[in-house]
Write a protein that binds this ligand. Sequence first.
Ligand code: AHN
Ligand code: ZN
Length: 336
Amino acid sequence: MNWKYLIAFLLVGSLVLQSCESDKKTTTTQTKAPVEKKVKIPAFSADNAFAYIEKQLSFGPRVPGTEEHAACKDWLVSELEAHGADVVVQDFIANIYTGDKWQSYNIIGQINPEEKKRIILAAHWDTRMIAEEDKNKNRQKEPILGADDGGSGVGVLLEIAKILKENPIEDLGIDIIFFDAEDQGKRGPTEPPNLWCLGSQYWSKNKHKKGYRANYGILLDMVGGKNPYFGKDLISKEYAGVLQEKVWRLAHGMGYSDMFSMETTGNLVDDHYFVNTIAGIPMIDIINYTPGEDNGFADHWHTHNDDISAINKRTLKAVGQVVTAAIYKESGNTFK
Ligand code: AHN
Ligand code: ZN
């Protein structure tokens, strides 16, 4: 065979092959299942999460507009950056129901910022300006330390940021969002829900990046108390029911059925409510709430007993390990 024929033969052959491939492409465009990879799920350290809570408490109560709050913000930013996150601080003024206008900050730590497929892990980082549930009337006007209510979710997520630095994942972006001014709302059955969760409302209307999208989000709120009851709240069920189901099934498979209850709880207004309804991103809440009991929250809730003694390491471990497993399984496309 002479060279000219050989080259012509190869050219025609490759054209035929190419056309076959483009045929294949056009016929298999629907739901091509992503490749499943077995990923190792790193161990979550409850000791580290506990230390991150202690560190937050060392600043004092983190009420928006105070020095303690600003100092803790700087530390949170540096800690996320130390764990390799690309951090955006979103400044805003929180208009509190009292008429106060407080300087507030949403803190967003982006991991793999260029990845299209993204998951949000969120918690509020502010602490309540009053202790209206405290038995001691003289101290009800003082702000709380918020070890569980404020500290716990952040502590768990900082440990997850550390894990992500030490065990990098590919093909998946994570945004750790610390919402501010969640807990400065007005209590009462007739009060509008939008007096709460001012940071998540602000973020949902003004995302940190133009055109920002995430596949879904997981919110942690009061995830450090002893003997918690993590039931399925109805807001999560309505807007992100499939995800809620998957996370609760995962928790049961990991041996945490004593904390994660398959029962539904109630319509809990929390940061996830606004992310679901305003931003349109499905987000579930893992929150210690027992319906029908008094206010439904733990005994230390909105009291001065919400200090480090309210924190239980086994609870931190359960929540932290479940969320860690969810994201590593997601990165391996085996979260089902
Ligand atoms: C209300 O009490 C309206 N929502 C519960 C959200 C919350 C308060 N999370 C922590 N503190
Ligand atoms: Zn609270």
